[in-house]
Design a protein around this ligand. Sequence first.
Ligand SMILES: *[C@@H]1O[C@H](CO)[C@@H](O)[C@H](O)[C@H]1NC(C)=O
Ligand SMILES: *[C@@H]1O[C@H](CO)[C@@H](O)[C@H](O)[C@H]1NC(C)=O
Ligand SMILES: *[C@@H]1O[C@H](CO)[C@@H](O)[C@H](O)[C@H]1NC(C)=O
Ligand SMILES: *[C@@H]1O[C@H](CO)[C@@H](O)[C@H](O)[C@H]1NC(C)=O
Length: 185
Amino acid sequence: MASLSRSSLLVALSFSIFFINPSFAKPRPNVTDAEIITICSKTPAPSFCLKVLSNETLHANQTSLHGLAKISIELALASADETEVEISPLIKQAENYTVREGYTLCSQNYQEAVASLKDAKRLLSKHDYRGVRVQALAALEEAEACEHDLRIPAFNPSPLHDKNEEFKHYCNIIWAITNRLVDYY
Ligand SMILES: *[C@@H]1O[C@H](CO)[C@@H](O)[C@H](O)[C@H]1NC(C)=O
Ligand SMILES: *[C@@H]1O[C@H](CO)[C@@H](O)[C@H](O)[C@H]1NC(C)=O
Ligand SMILES: *[C@@H]1O[C@H](CO)[C@@H](O)[C@H](O)[C@H]1NC(C)=O
Ligand SMILES: *[C@@H]1O[C@H](CO)[C@@H](O)[C@H](O)[C@H]1NC(C)=O
């Protein structure tokens, strides 16, 4: 008898935990295609954003806004990795000090940008969406600084211009998603 009532108490307890826990009580809805269009319209390059978020392999519409932010941070990190790989040989091949200095500074910019994005990932897991937004903008500014570091007359635009733009696009996607998360939660 005693063990039966104890087990029913346990069942009752686990049910109350189930209902009190807000993550169970309020399931996060999937992102709709309409919402993706709205998010992308808030970025400076909507067509790039749509191309990325409607990528079939990403299944962006099968996750929550939170999940979409996580995916976007991963994409930005992958983009930064590619750029860092591209910079190393450019430093070695630089024809003079000015050029070498520019690429070296860019390499440091991307190390900072990656640190910001890793911070963004940590803050996202704590649902600190304002914090994520700050880090997304910090990462974006590092790509702008890199473009500035390579302001050398012979380079117009810089050899890293396209990579810097791509990285900024990813940061703007994170920014637009976190703007909505800040509004909602
Ligand atoms: C879609 O995503 C996959 C995996 O990240 C990537 O390999 C592919 O190039 C992407 N396609 C487009 C059209 O961007
Ligand atoms: C998700 O988006 C893809 C491509 O945009 C679409 O084909 C698919 O039907 C969508 N799935 C859902 C569940 O809305
Ligand atoms: C989100 O999408 C997936 C795959 O289409 C589906 O199985 C799941 O039920 C959806 N979740 C919600 C909350 O709509
Ligand atoms: C270094 O090389 C760049 C690119 O060729 C050139 O524009 C610049 O004038 C050079 N600077 C010096 C100090 O030689």
